[in-house]
Design a protein around this ligand. Structure first.
Ligand code: FAD
Length: 436
């Protein structure tokens, strides 16, 4: 399970960010207006798929048929500063939307680790950040304009076509093309970020109270170090501070060097990492929300993330750490642990209550089959639900076990796209042979 490198990609082919998913669509098109989009959606060779920024690790965006990109359909279309809602191009990138919305005094309530994704791509897989009181991005959507398989546009919200709205907010692009989205925003705000290193038992012991009391809290455990890095953000009225450039990439490469140099000498690797983390220099900075919440990730990796019931998640995390440190000395990427508020979206992993998410990563050139053989069974036996954009092995039968509204979703999907124009073989396996 070694990904194809981006460097070997042929012209006319498409690859995701990590390079583990590639496709050779019959056509890749970037329509410049809605008429051009309509022609492609109605008459393009099926399956018709939209690629966002290609930041999913699963084959959710790939097709042999027609692959669309919506980057040319604008940015912010309208803003209502009273309700703090804005209609935007769903195909715009979060990193372009945030500064544009800031000029209206508005901001996303929360973001994930990065902001390279498109809004439509992020909501289609229930992309989340961290914060016990903060929902995933899909739950911030208040309206959608969807181009259906016949080229007709459908506008949905809680008030209009509520069933399609509940299905579409997390739907992997299987209902139609998300052309515009209305987002609930908040007043632009600044954050105070602090980061520090902490031993494993303290990470586990303090996590529940920190999620209770802090706006955004997460930690990254460093395998074989016995230490993790905590990241906390609080809203503040304090002025922005100078921010030295973050060296996340260099830190990850340092962990790789420690692994490569130590080889079989696990004891030596542990001692080296422990002393490095005892001398860890944390951050204490103030900046605007979107610049502090999102980081740059330049060292490519593959990832599996499951969302766990809150009560079981920390013991699951301990089992994941034990398993990796016993069986997988090749792993050096941090294990990320975050918490997200519950919502009521049919295919949201957070449907029915808040969850704690645990993510394991593998360097993009490394084998990641252990995600499936060693880690996924631990997540699954604890009732975990996979991130739709990150690696997992579930198909329709297992998904319907963990999503109470799975069949309802499939029925609405089938009604909107009876011929399955938006379904690839991968998506048919997720949503059943005919999508039901
Ligand atoms: C470095 C990195 C960091 C990440 N950090 C986080 C994180 O902090 N939190 C988190 O939850 N996830 C995270 N992810 C995962 C990522 O947010 C999701 O996989 C997200 O879906 C990627 O968005 P995208 O724009 O790249 O969409 P793509 O991956 O290109 O597509 C995702 C899905 O959306 C569909 N789609 C895209 N645009 C449209 C449209 N206009 N209409 C209909 N369907 C559409 C696609 O067909 C596909 O099914 C990260 C991924 C990477 C590589």
């Amino acid at each position: 399970m070694k990904p194809q490198s981006k460097a070997t990609r042929r012209p006319g082919t498409w690859s995701n960010w990590s390079g583990n998913q590639t496709a050779a669509p019959e056509r890749i098109a970037e329509p410049r207006d809605l008429d051009a989009l309509k022609v492609l959606v109605k008459a393009g060779t099926a399956p018709v798929r939209v690629a966002g920024a290609g930041h999913s690790f699963t084959p959710v965006a790939i097709t042999e048929g027609t692959l669309l990109k919506l980057g040319h359909l604008g940015l912010v279309h309208s803003v209502d500063t009273e309700t703090k809602r804005a209609w935007v191009n769903a195909g715009a990138r979060l990193r372009d939307l945030s500064p544009a919305l800031e000029t209206h005094g508005l901001a996303f309530r929360n973001l994930g680790d990065i902001n390279a994704q498109t809004l439509a791509g992020a909501i289609s897989t229930a992309t989340h950040g961290t914060g016990a009181s903060l929902p995933c991005l899909s739950a911030e959507i208040t309206g959608l304009k969807i181009m259906q398989a016949d080229g007709e546009m459908l506008t949905v919200s809680r008030e209009a076509d509520a069933d399609v709205f509940d299905a579409a907010r997390v739907s992997l692009g299987t209902l139609g093309v998300l052309v515009e989205a209305e987002v609930q925003l908040v007043d632009a705000y600044r954050l105070h970020r602090t980061t520090w290193a902490e031993p494993l038992d303290s990470l586990i012991g303090h996590a529940p109270s920190r999620w209770q009391t802090r706006r955004n809290y997460e930690f990254f455990y460093i395998p074989f170090a016995g230490y993790g890095i905590c990241i906390s953000h609080e809203e503040t009225g304090k002025p922005e501070t100078e921010r030295p450039p973050r060296d996340d990439d260099e830190a990850v490469l340092g962990l790789k060097r420690a692994r490569d140099y130590a080889g079989d000498d696990i004891k030596g690797r542990k001692a080296f990492l422990k002393s490095a983390f005892e001398n860890f220099q944390g951050e204490d900075v103030v900046g605007n929300s979107w610049e502090l919440l999102a980081s740059q990730r330049n060292i490519r990796f593959n990832e599996m993330e499951y969302h766990l019931p809150e009560k079981r998640a920390l013991s699951v995390f301990e089992e994941v750490v034990r398993t990796i440190e016993k069986k997988r000395p090749d792993v050096f990427f941090p294990i990320e642990v975050r918490r997200t508020r519950g919502d009521n979206i049919w295919l949201s992993p957070f449907n029915g209550g808040g969850r704690i998410s645990i993510a394991v990563h593998a360097y993009h050139e490394d084998d990641y089959s252990f995600f499936f053989s060693e880690i996924e069974p631990i997540f699954r036996k604890a009732g975990g639900r996979p991130h739709w954009g990150k690696l997992h092995s579930l198909k329709a039968a297992q998904l319907s076990d963990v999503y109470p509204d799975f069949v309802t979703f499939c029925n609405v999907r089938n009604r909107l796209d009876p011929k399955g124009r938006f379904l690839t073989p991968y998506l048919r396996a997720l949503f059943g042979a005919n999508g039901a």
